[in-house]
Design a protein around this ligand. Structure first.
Ligand code: SAH
Length: 354
């Protein structure tokens, strides 16, 4: 049993079952035993690998995409360049290197990182040691200036609630205790008005998920972009109005039950991009675009060829594999998707259709 399982079992014995959202939040961010609070989970020795860790091309293309959007919007003199959940800081490092040559961009940049984990903040501090960086706990702390924001695999780490449709309403999934182990339970059925729109596309027995923190963050970002200009580019795995139980746990690159090792496994859920788009009021929202398509439109193949010119042997092989992994439809190319917010009446960021 993990130390966090012990803590949760005692809490449930005292106060009763907890929601999936509370369980997920504790697993990821419990100050002492949470997954992100206690480790650097990325890379081959960790539990998973993300796009910026696979290749520098990902961050470079996003950097140029944001810089072009900044140029298109008339080069606002001071803006926040923000990232949600920056992990090791690799994406921001690649963005900054790629945009060095864009006149005026760095002078106008104020880097803001929104990061909950002190352990990862320390790693980001090292990666970005040459930069002036402001760390924030929440998007609501961002300054009221134009905002150019990126998030990769951030929204999938936000706590979700899960509900099974029943003939008498919705039954919320709960984490309960039985025989001194964590078990899944269901609440009594009740109507939930926030799920009325899901009555059209579900039948009794179907599972739906909601992510209130995700919607709140999308709404805050959108209101800054609507008021001051800028753009947000959000990458994640998920779909438009996801359906079914998508909660998953990864430990040492293998899937396991989300209840197996609380605090020791990465727990995520697919992002419902429709919910983010609905919450983003006052801005234009691009169509949901497969990651492979977006990266192709931003010129990844050209960039891959350029980089390949200086490589040979194993380095060349792994570079070609990284290109495939980011873009191919059997790899991250279609499972991962991107969406962007931009001010109404402006062009969408390059790579996105209006
Ligand atoms: N974007 C990085 C890391 C993705 S992992 C990459 O692509 O490699 C998720 C990141 O979000 C981690 O940095 C984690 O600590 C952070 N995070 C998770 N929940 C958060 C929250 N509620 N607030 C701020 N950061 C959070």
């Amino acid at each position: 049993m993990t130390p966090l399982a012990d803590v949760l079992l005692r809490r449930i014995a005292l106060n009763g079952p907890i929601s999936v959202a509370d369980y997920m939040a504790e697993c990821l961010l419990h100050p002492e035993h949470g997954y992100y609070s206690t480790r650097d989970p990325f890379g081959a020795s960790g539990d998973f690998t993300t796009a910026p860790e696979i290749s520098q091309m990902f961050g470079e293309l996003i950097g140029l995409c944001l810089a072009q959007t900044w140029l298109d919007q008339g080069k606002p003199a001071a803006f926040a360049l923000a990232e949600l959940g920056p992990g090791r800081g690799t994406l921001m490092v690649d963005i900054l290197r790629a945009t060095k040559g864009v006149p005026g961009f760095h002078d106008a940049t104020n880097i803001h990182l929104i990061e909950a984990s002190e352990t990862l903040r320390a790693i980001q501090r090292q990666s970005l040691s040459e930069q002036t960086v402001i760390w924030l706990d929440s998007v609501t702390d961002l300054p009221e200036i134009p905002l150019f924001l990126v998030a990769n695999e951030f929204f999938d780490a936000l706590p979700i609630r899960q509900f099974t449709r029943d003939t008498k309403g919705w039954r919320e999934h709960q984490i309960a205790e039985s025989d001194s182990t964590l078990q899944l339970g269901l609440s009594n059925p009740a109507p939930i008005s926030a799920l009325d729109h899901r009555l059209n596309d579900t039948n009794p027995g179907d599972v739906v998920e909601t992510c209130a923190p995700g919607a709140g963050i999308a709404s805050s970002i959108a209101s800054r972009i609507a008021d001051h200009g800028g753009a947000a580019v959000i990458f994640d795995y998920g779909d438009w109005r996801s359906l079914g139980d998508t909660l998953q746990a990864l430990r040492h690159h293998k899937m396991e039950s989300p209840l197996a090792h609380p605090g020791d496994a990465d727990i995520t859920a697919q992002v419902d991009f429709e919910a983010l788009a609905k919450a983003a009021t006052g801005v234009a929202v691009t169509p949901l675009t497969p990651q492979g398509v977006l990266l192709e439109q931003l010129g990844i193949t050209l960039r891959a060829r350029q980089l390949a010119e200086n490589l040979s042997g194993d380095a060349l092989k792994s570079h070609i594999a990284a290109h495939r992994r980011l873009t191919h439809m059997d790899e991250m190319g279609t499972l991962f998707k991107a969406i962007a917010f931009h001010p109404i009446g402006t062009n969408p960021p390059p790579g996105f259709a209006p």
